[in-house]
Design a protein around this ligand. Structure first.
Ligand SMILES: Cc1cc2nc3c(=O)[nH]c(=O)nc-3n(C[C@H](O)[C@H](O)[C@H](O)COP(=O)(O)OP(=O)(O)OC[C@H]3O[C@@H](n4cnc5c(N)ncnc54)[C@H](O)[C@@H]3O)c2cc1C
Length: 565
């Protein structure tokens, strides 16, 4: 292989990874007048990384949209929720906690206005994600805070891509796609190990017509070496590498699952974490991660083993693989990791939703820009149609999705569920008498506008919030009444997604060594950085905080690196 270095291959700053965090860092550094080389192992077609595929849900605190929906939020309440969810309990949480505090201020004071100025807009109905574990001081959002971007993920990427492309036209930012970094160069400057560049391999070009998000070839063409005064690592998490996920899986969540679906593209390979660690930068909170329990196999996949997360309203009955109802407060949309933990104890890698047509129409949303063409395409008519008829992509999953059973009677539903229990990942047959008793008992709780069943109580309570009543929580009804049918069962898989720990950084985004001092010239931001500090969400996320963490940490690192050189 040939080796290439010349004057054109230097810049003030190298950014490794052109996902959201990398785009933000590059735009901010170039705004400060610095030249930037923006590298990515993927081709230009995949610019924006995971954020493009995201739903674009953002966590704001006390926003105008919240106020218009009658929600009273405050920095104090959001801090209580965040700390109750993060449950910081380690010495390593020093910087993550400080990042959390700084981020909460950003989400309360500056984030929305900063984005708004760049043309970013949100959908007016604020969603209530991660409703929590039932304790005021425990995990979860006390109030709705999930603001969906008008335009979803592409609408989050757009302002930053626009800024980066403008700088590229002016010659301040240069792209280097298909450049896979294999080493961060550290050299002694004044006796101190300092990051001065990167080495790696140029990968072969992708064929014309290559589609965004597909796995690309790893065939190598030549070596490269690039030099800069600062390197910012924004290479994403480990969710696309299930071996790494299983290696990092914490015993507190039970045994790692043998079978998962993948909620992220293949480029979320986690390689760059060990590569950066080899410089002496410290990785913390490796065992903290955020995977969903409502994954379904995409019938029209973009990447291998492509799973889609259902964003569920609270009314579906949630059963483990044996047909037992999950204990409170493991209701749909309440406590992601609490439910994951409960499910890992069953010994099976899947669970079931049982619901009705009325529930699916109102309560199922699918996470992902391509699954929400109305919001992604900014179509008001599309959104009105969704409210009237339910989302089209959900209907398509109902028809084509291999994890869906639709039936007019419980006996037929069970026959379908038991057929799916014989397909990998396999599990036990569910018996009809026990399931019928369970659903009938639940249905008898419906006749009053109050109930002893905690899930039904939660459904009534949710409908006090206008946004939920309008578009998210079906009127409580009997599951077995054919007027509400057909009956639907969905086989739910564990879906790998987010990495909550990562490269430890101080409040300037500088990577720290195990001695707790900055490694000169080396910065990190985004998911590789645990979205700030090395894990600003601690053990649990409040949702909408991942994109926000990339925006905030990318901005901090881009500005700090630019100021330092
Ligand atoms: C379907 C989906 C829905 C989501 N919905 C939401 C949501 O609504 N709200 C929310 O807050 N979050 C959401 N997220 C999460 C959020 O999108 C991600 O956490 C975030 O976009 C990560 O951005 P990043 O820039 O840190 O990393 P990435 O987007 O993963 O980008 C990293 C880039 O680095 C490149 N790279 C990696 N290693 C190397 C290397 N060695 N050399 C060169 N390049 C390299 C990769 O190719 C990639 O392009 C969602 C994610 C998905 C997939």
């Amino acid at each position: 292989m040939t080796h290439t270095t010349d004057a054109a291959q230097t810049a003030d700053i190298i950014v490794v990874g052109a996902g959201l965090a990398g785009l933000v860092a590059a735009a901010e550094a170039a705004d400060a007048g610095r030249s930037v080389l923006l590298l990515d192992q993927e081709p230009e077609e995949s610019l924006g990384g995971q954020a493009f595929w995201s739903l674009g849900g953002l966590f704001f605190v006390d926003s105008p949209e919240q106020r218009r929906m009658g929600i009273k939020d405050s920095l104090e309440l959001a801090t209580q929720d965040w700390m109750g969810s993060a449950q910081f309990d380690r010495d390593e949480d020093f910087w993550p906690r400080r990042w959390a505090e700084a981020y909460l201020h950003f989400a309360h004071e500056e984030k929305r206005a900063w984005l708004h100025e760049m043309g970013h807009r949100v959908f007016p109905v604020v969603g209530w994600a991660e409703r929590g574990d039932g304790r005021a001081d425990g995990h979860g959002n006390s109030v709705p805070r999930f603001h969906i971007t008008w335009g979803t993920g592409p609408g989050v990427v757009e302002p930053f891509e626009r800024r980066v492309r403008a700088h590229a036209e002016a010659g301040l930012i240069r792209f280097a796609f298909r450049h896979r970094v294999d080493e961060v160069i550290v050299e002694s400057i004044d006796g101190v190990g300092t990051a001065t560049g990167v080495r790696g391999r140029v990968l072969e070009p992708v064929p014309s017509g290559f589609e965004r998000g597909r796995a690309s070839s790893r065939s190598e063409v030549r070596d490269f070496e690039l030099r800069a005064q600062a390197v910012i690592v924004t290479s994403g998490g480990i969710g696309g590498n299930h071996d790494l996920v299983r290696q990092a899986w914490p015993p507190r969540l039970g045994e790692p699952p043998a079978t998962m679906v993948s909620g992220v593209p293949a480029h979320v390979d986690g390689r760059m974490i060990a590569i950066t660690e080899a410089t002496g930068a410290r990785v913390i909170n490796r065992d903290r991660m955020w995977h969903y329990v409502e994954g379904i196999r995409n019938w029209d996949p973009i990447w291998e083993n492509h799973g889609i997360r259902i964003l569920p309203g609270p009314s579906s009955l949630w059963l483990d693989a044996t047909g037992r109802r999950l204990p409170a407060p493991n209701f749909p949309g309440f406590d992601t990791l609490g439910t994951l933990h409960a499910l890992r104890r069953t010994g099976y890698d899947y669970s079931w939703f049982v619901l009705t047509q009325k529930i699916i129409e109102k309560e199922f949303a699918l996470s992902g820009s391509e699954q929400n063409p109305d919001l992604t395409g900014k179509s008001v008519r599309g959104v009105i149609d969704r409210a009237r008829k339910g989302p089209g992509p959900v209907e398509a999953f109902k028809r084509h999705g291999e994890d869906f059973v639709v039936a007019d009677t419980l006996a037929e539903l069970l026959a379908g569920m038991n057929r799916l229990a014989d397909v990998e990942p396999k599990g036990p047959q569910v018996e009809e008498p026990a399931l019928r008793r369970l659903i009938e008992a639940r249905d008898r709780q419906i006749d009053n506008p109050f109930a002893k069943d905690a899930q039904i109580t939660a459904m009534y309570s949710a409908r006090h919030y206008r946004g939920d009543k309008l578009s998210r929580v079906a009127k409580p009804h009997r599951i077995l009444d054919p007027a509400n049918g057909p009956l639907i069962a969905v086989k739910l898989h564990i879906l790998s997604r987010k990495t909550l720990g990562g490269l430890e950084t101080d409040l300037s985004g500088r990577c720290l060594t195990s001695a707790g001092v900055p490694l000169p010239g080396l910065y990190a931001a985004g998911e590789v950085n645990g979205f700030g500090g090395g894990g600003m969400m601690g053990y649990n996320a409040l949702e909408g905080t991942f994109l926000g963490g990339c925006l905030f940490s990318g901005r901090v690192a881009g500005r700090a690196a630019a100021a330092a050189i």
